[in-house]
Design a protein around this ligand. Structure first.
Ligand code: ZN
Ligand code: ZN
Length: 292
């Protein structure tokens, strides 16, 4: 009879907690800036209010500007870029932008030493990985971003005319989203904006309505989604109450936060347990029993 051998494997590994800190420093049609950081470094997406306001709002929320390692620009509209040049100088950090977006920026908004990126190509910033991808909007080369750290993914998805394939794919991967809820359909169509502007906002190259954003999350979010920041609200065609009301039925499932143009939003942490694979210690076999 052949001996039966039982192999006992002992794996030792460390579980540790990873944490991301998220804050909409400014969000709305007149200024956008989104903070994604850990305890050592951070990135900003857009800088569409003055550098001084961004610094003040960060301090107000106990976010350390010295942690910021890079500013990413989504597109050339003033509400996304007007503070970038001065802020990059003050913080001595690079501004990442596409060549076409840079060319379309007003000269006085152009950062002095831009770092150009190609949509679809991942960029490493310290321990973060930033993935820019194309979206639909009436700009030269509009991009949204997925910022990843140790398997935690945050999407910054504003100024989106329609949920294109790229947006849908990223929504299905993310743990947290800054998601555009720009307008209430009824308020837009019954409001005082001129007809061509209404059509532009509602077009596939304009903005996402509360209903469209709700539909996107309801149909395409993955199981890992925990946090949604309702972002880039129009002052004219939306109210925080209407945006929140639209998402009411999802509040059992997700933490849903409002953002504001007037003040920094709540600082929210997202955590997950991770395995420290570099200390993974596989001992095989540690015991060997022979039964005859
Ligand atoms: Zn905008
Ligand atoms: Zn825009």
């Amino acid at each position: 009879m052949l001996p039966k051998v039982d192999y006992f494997c002992t794996f030792t590994f460390d579980l540790f907690l990873i944490m991301l800190t998220l804050c909409a420093i400014a969000s709305g049609s007149n200024g956008n800036c989104y903070y994604i950081g850990n305890n050592r470094e951070a990135v900003l997406v857009d800088a569409g209010i003055s550098a001084r306001q961004i610094m003040n709002r960060m301090k107000q929320q106990n976010l350390n500007p010295a942690l910021v390692k890079a500013i990413f620009i989504s597109h050339e509209h003033t509400d996304h870029v007007c503070g970038a040049k001065v802020l990059s100088k003050k913080l001595m950090v690079p501004v990442y932008v596409t060549r076409r977006t840079y060319a379309a920026m007003y000269n006085n908004h152009k950062p002095q030493a831009p770092r150009f990126f190609d949509p679809g190509t991942e960029i490493a910033v310290g321990s973060f990985s930033v993935f820019p991808f194309l979206k639909n909007h009436d700009a030269a080369q509009p991009c949204s971003f997925r910022i990843s750290y140790n398997g935690l993914h945050t999407g910054v998805l504003t100024d989106i005319g329609v949920a294109c394939e790229n947006v849908i794919r990223e929504v299905s991967h993310c743990h947290a989203l800054f998601l555009e809820t720009n307008y209430d359909e009824k308020m837009l169509w019954e409001g005082r904006y001129p007809w061509p502007l209404k059509r532009r906002i509602a077009s596939d190259h304009g903005h996402l309505s509360n209903d469209q954003a709700f539909d996107l999350i309801s149909r395409h979010s993955g199981n890992q989604l925990q946090i949604v920041f309702l972002s880039h609200l129009s002052a004219e065609n939306n109210t925080p109450e209407k945006a929140m009301e639209r998402f009411n039925e999802l509040r059992q499932r997700y933490q849903i936060y409002l953002t504001s143009r007037h003040s920094p939003g709540e600082v929210v942490s997202i955590t997950a347990a991770a395995v420290a694979t570099d200390t993974f210690d596989a001992v095989l076999p540690t015991q060997l029993k022979l039964e005859l």
